[in-house]
Design a protein around this ligand. Structure first.
Ligand code: SF4
Length: 311
């Protein structure tokens, strides 16, 4: 068996920043500390913080007044910020700057009276947060069918934005249809689908044709990890999205396959290495490192935590 270990894979700059923020907040304030939604969409990460006294909540009113609260990497709506302020919470914002960029674009287009199509997945934390910036101006578009159903004239003043973790190919299909229907549609100068999502997808697109099986490390609710699994399957590779070696079935393998291994932007390298060891032990697998692009992105911690570090 051969393992093709794809790179870039795993933690992106936004996830690193969010996890470091929670680490530092925990060290500085101690428990109890609260996080609004999962800090990142990964079971291993969330469970390890739960074991250290972090409480994850789905509603702001679950947090006792005057407590310390982190907003996760996926961002929150202004309404959630107001609810936190009303409870006098010490809110630390660990939103990824690339998500904040999309929020700012939404605010800008809404101020200019555009109808904004947000290409994304209903119910995802990031989509809820972004739509909350301009709820009256925004329309969620999940696929090409949704574009066809839009009841607006071709000359309507419209713009589109996207969730940061979409399939690049799916998003391009939806954007092409939007452009057919609204030839003057506006869009931000720089892509909203982030560098980490694009790089991980490019690596799978390039390497999947060499593999028989693809293992994607990531949790089921991780959008960018799901897109990696779908992309591998489109290249006619059997692909599984797994949280760690406990999810692997020996029945998936004959023992002589080439296994492409990658990880979504919220999956830690620890679980990748555990899976590599699992395959080495059972199938004597060798590892080939395949890096398609260097990544060198780093985001600073939220200002309030940087200030604490200085003191
Ligand atoms: S996947 Fe992209 S947008 Fe999401 S946290 Fe990572 S860098 Fe930020």
């Amino acid at each position: 068996m051969k393992i093709l270990l794809a790179s870039p894979r795993g933690f992106c700059a936004g996830v690193n920043m969010a996890i470091e923020s929670l680490e530092l907040a925990l060290q500085t304030f101690g428990d109890p500390i609260y996080v609004y939604h999962e800090i990142v969409h990964n079971q291993f990460v969330v469970n390890s913080f739960k074991g250290r006294g972090v409480t994850f909540v789905n509603e702001i009113d679950e947090v006792p007044e005057n407590s310390n609260l982190l907003f996760s990497a996926h961002g929150v709506s202004p309404e959630t910020r107001r609810a936190a302020a009303a409870r006098n919470l010490n809110a630390i914002d660990a939103t990824c700057p690339l998500v904040t960029k999309v929020h700012l674009e939404a605010i800008k287009y809404a101020k200019e009276d555009y109808t904004i199509f947000l290409i994304g997945h209903q119910g995802h934390d990031e989509v809820i947060g972004t739509m909350g910036e301009a709820p009256k101006a925004m329309v969620l578009v999940e696929d090409v069918d949704d574009v066809d159903k839009l009841d607006l004239p071709a000359n309507e003043k419209v713009a589109y934005l996207t969730q940061t973790t979409l399939s690049v190919d799916d998003a391009n299909r939806i954007i092409a249809r939007l452009r057919e229907r609204f030839p003057n549609i506006a869009n931000p100068p720089k892509d909203d689908i982030c560098y980490a999502t694009q790089n991980r997808q490019d690596a799978v697109r390039k390497l999947a044709c060499e593999a028989d099986i693809c293992l994607v490390l990531g949790s089921q609710n991780s959008s960018n990890s799901q897109r990696l699994r779908e992309l591998a399957e489109e290249t006619a590779v059997k692909a599984w999205l797994i949280d760690g070696p406990q999810d692997i079935s020996p029945d998936w393998f004959q023992g002589d396959e080439t296994v492409l291994m990658t990880a979504g932007a919220s999956a830690p390298e620890t679980v990748v290495q555990q899976c590599v060891e699992w395959l080495k032990e059972r199938f004597d697998a060798s590892v080939e490192f395949r890096n398609i692009r260097e990544e060198n992105v780093h985001f600073p911690l939220p200002k309030v935590l940087r200030n604490l570090q200085k003191n």
